[in-house]
Design a protein around this ligand. Sequence first.
Ligand code: CO
Length: 209
Amino acid sequence: MQRYKRIFENNDAWARTMLAEDPEFFHKTEARQEPHFLWIGCSDSRVPAEQLAGAVPGDIFVHRNIGNQVWATDLNLLSVLHYAVHVLDVKHVIVCGHTRCGAIKAAYGQHAFGILDHWLSDLRTVIRHHHEELEAIEDESQRLDRIGELNVLQQVGILARTPTILDAWARGRRPLLHGLVYDVSDGHLRSVVEAIDGTDKAAQLLPVG
Ligand code: CO
């Protein structure tokens, strides 16, 4: 309970700090949210979207799941995407993977994980598709990190084919889609793919499976 109670103490200290920096901060965020970004990231506790991007409340609309996946059948994700793009009018949609991702490791390994195996099936498709390239990488952690990059490319490719994104692009060229990897060993973000818009750039990101 001690650590649970500390959440309230930390929260109180945080709210006071925010007020000290900007006495109007909560009045402004109470009135509206105008985030520039939709962030689709992994649920991993080491990859907190707002913190690693130096953001404050109101900056980023966030969806996180195991393995930062975009399923064209995931009503939860599709609802978040639709609201972010068509109501909040976000300018950028970011898919962010990370090194040492447990989902990638699980999908690459041979163990069964019950219901999680359904959720990992798209990752396994990506791994099968890139089998030759992956087997040529001797170092296992490098191989897993490469799967992480390929997963980000796959998910941005799927995103680029959702009706929500296609509708938005038909009306203009926003939002721009980006794929990133966060390195848990040094805290830095790295770009995997950048500024995909409604032009033929998106066609090059063909998802597998
Ligand atoms: Co992860």
